[in-house]
Write a protein that binds this ligand. Structure first.
Ligand code: SF4
Length: 416
């Protein structure tokens, strides 16, 4: 559980996004702090209407970066001019607003509700397939609430997925603390079978596999990569949080994988799929992390070049074993997270840049701001189409686009 402080500037759309961020944070067990100086993380939701506003945003970001343990900047200015914060030397993570709650999780897995009921939100169906995990990470507080994995049967989950499709879902998000260990409690590793069965449901829709720890998918990674290769409905996307490039740190974190297993998973997907998205997370500044360990994480990031990266600065969660470890100084943690965030923006920017000029099919998933829509391509990369209402583009439709530009963490597309 983290404490947060959130500040919002600008239009009603920004305020709505801040409400969504807060709702997700509270659902994840986080709570508001009395002010930025007492928060584990401060979130600045920015606006960029006129030049004077930009100067104010930069000034406020500078103040918050000094006052708070960790700063996240989101909103219009973050997306349109994220470079401005970096050029001003502001130590902050610049994120799309829907990536903020995940970032604040501090490397822990997302919490799903106890009853694992599916939810339909617009054309997105959320399908929690199991609750709990098979790990005992030393920094994790989520585990206390969720316990050991408890997996409903494949039939039950397929029935829930079918109901979501019949109710209008175009994107089914298969979620859980650790989807990779689905079925372990029953003695069988059933994720590949479940994904195959969901993809067999009649209808035009896409399936996004949620967080799967490298330790959970290693061992079924070849079978899983084959499932991805044969099912067009599955977004070619996995979220496998490695957390560190150092085996010593992974051991201190009590992660179930080591760097070698993570590499094997990535290499297998590289072999089987032409274009796919690797999403991974790094915790920077874990108490035992040395300068060499940090450099190993940077090297791993340079080597595997994930298309989506979440960098979290370590913060202690009460009651966990890592909270009793002697921590690193705030300056070291800030320097390391700044270095990794800069590398991340370069790596992710190159991935989106390489999409420019290509054509691809996208699913329109939700409305964006200012008459835009947010779409996902087959590798779950975000593509924004502007003037959507004017062109009669509707949420839930599939269409072909040409990628005409990019903005580091998403691309712009024009219907063809
Ligand atoms: S896998 Fe680790 S971080 Fe995730 S819920 Fe389990 S113990 Fe927590």
């Amino acid at each position: 559980m983290a404490t947060y402080h959130i500040e919002t500037y600008g239009c009603t759309s920004n305020r709505g996004e801040s409400r969504e961020i807060e709702r997700a944070l509270r659902d994840g067990g986080h709570r508001p702090a009395p002010g930025p100086d007492e928060a584990d993380v401060a979130i600045l939701n920015t606006c960029t209407v006129v030049e004077k506003t930009e100067r104010n945003m930069l000034r406020r970001a500078e103040e918050l970066a000094d006052e708070t343990a960790e700063l996240v900047i989101t909103g219009c200015m973050a997306l349109a001019q994220g470079e401005a914060f970096r050029e001003a030397g502001i130590d902050a993570e610049v994120l799309h607003w829907d990536a903020v709650p995940e970032h604040v999780l501090n490397g822990e897995c997302p919490t799903v509700t106890p009853d694992v009921d599916p939810v339909l939100d617009g054309v997105v169906g959320i399908l929690p397939i199991a609750r709990g995990c098979m790990s005992n990470c030393s920094y994790c507080i989520t585990k206390f609430a969720t316990g050991r994995v408890d997996s409903p049967s494949v039939e039950e989950n397929v029935a829930k997925a079918r109901a979501l499709v019949h109710a209008g879902a175009k994107e089914i998000r298969v979620t859980g603390q650790d989807t990779g260990v689905y079925g372990w409690d029953t003695g069988e590793r059933k994720l590949p079978e479940l994904l195959d069965r969901i993809c067999d449901i009649d209808g035009e829709f896409r399936v996004r596999l949620g967080m799967a720890n490298p330790g959970g998918i290693h061992g079924i990674h070849e079978e899983l990569a084959d499932v991805f290769a044969r099912n067009e409905k599955l977004y070619d996307f996995i979220h496998a949080p490695v957390q560190s490039g150092s085996d010593e740190v992974l051991e201190a974190m009590r992660r179930q994988h080591r760097v070698g297993k993570f590499r094997e998973v990535v290499e297998t997907f590289d072999d089987r799929l032409d274009e796919w998205t690797l999403s991974t997370d790094f915790i920077v500044g874990f108490p035992t992390e040395t300068a060499e360990d940090h450099e190993r994480s940077m090297e791993l990031l340079r080597e595997v070049r994930p298309e989506k990266i979440n960098v979290t600065r370590f913060s202690k969660r009460p009651g966990t074993d890592a909270a009793d470890m002697k921590g690193l100084g705030g300056t070291i943690k800030k320097e390391r997270s700044k270095a990794m965030s800069e590398l991340k923006m370069q790596v992710v920017g190159e991935a989106y840049g390489s999409m420019v000029g290509t054509e691809r099919e996208v699913l329109v998933v939700e409305e964006g701001t200012a008459d835009s829509v947010k779409c996902r391509d087959g590798a779950y990369r975000q593509v924004i189409i502007q003037r959507a209402g004017e062109r009669g583009i509707e949420v839930g439709e599939f269409l072909d686009v040409e990628v005409t530009g990019h903005n580091t963490v998403y691309a712009f597309g024009e219907p063809v």
